[in-house]
Design a protein around this ligand. Sequence first.
Ligand code: AMP
Length: 225
Amino acid sequence: MGSHQGSSPRLNLVMLGPPGAGKGTQAERISRTRQLPKISTGDILREAVHDRTSLGCAAKEEMEAGHLVSDDVMIGIVQERLERADARKGFVLDGFPRTIVQANALDRLVNGRGPLVVLDIVVPEEVLVRRLASRRICGDCGSNAAVDWLVACGKCGGKLVARVDDGVAIVRERLGVYQRQTKPLVEYYSGRSTFRQIDGNLPPDIVTGAIDAALAEAAQRGVHS
Ligand code: AMP
């Protein structure tokens, strides 16, 4: 790790996969080692809900029901974020796009910025349900809990809690939403030379290794400009 720092080529990365696949964990690692901004639409929305902004108030009900927030709102958020200076050298998108409409918009937004590299993290459904039931986040700063954070957040010391939308019934709803609205993106991207599937049903460090190998291979084939 860390070997990419300083001289990283541009990388426009999209992490695809169902809830609980480990997109956030892996996106965080790639963002750190390659010094690219991690753009997690779920984190942006949770922060807005926490801060009770107008976006947060509008999104809260849909999020707690396990439904998607509207495409217009999400595209607006990502457009604004990609326009910031730190995203010029690339980005790691976690949780966006989630619909074909969002994917079309993203293609327009990155037009002229080099190709999108798309990693689809694949995990069987019964493993996802189990993982989501035991997932904890920090109730204060929203960080995903690492395995060695036993009672408190390793970043801010806040109390670890379950996510409101990780309850069993809502998880089933979110997995259904994924099947209906997000899984078609696999088809949407799979014809591109920059699309890779990654086995996410392995320990996190092994998954990180597979992702690094996939990105190195993509870079060799010249897909990062
Ligand atoms: P996540 O943390 O990615 O699982 O996102 C949590 C929730 O935020 C989702 O269940 C949706 O309600 C909402 N959300 C996050 N990203 C999107 C998106 N790209 N489109 C629509 N809703 C989203």
